[in-house]
Design a protein around this ligand. Structure first.
Ligand SMILES: [Zn+2]
Length: 69
């Protein structure tokens, strides 16, 4: 089980994204969301973290903590 979740903004909420954001699919629900610069760095340093869209992160973080990326 993962220790925490990095949230990825959902494309439906943020259609334009931000500078250098990469469009990916949520590993939990498969919907489109944005991987922000720095997320991969954070996950490399914290192998127990996972990234998920904000909606999935909300569900997962009922038992886990949020991680700011
Ligand atoms: Zn999701």
């Amino acid at each position: 089980m993962k220790d925490g979740v990095i949230t990825m903004p959902m494309k439906k909420n943020v259609p334009e994204g931000g500078p250098a954001w990469r469009l990916v699919t949520c590993p939990v629900c498969g919907r489109e969301c944005w991987e922000r610069p720095g997320v991969l760095d954070v996950m490399e340093k914290n192998p127990k973290l996972m990234a998920a869209c904000t909606e999935c992160a909300l569900k997962v973080t009922v038992t886990h903590r949020y991680v700011k990326a």
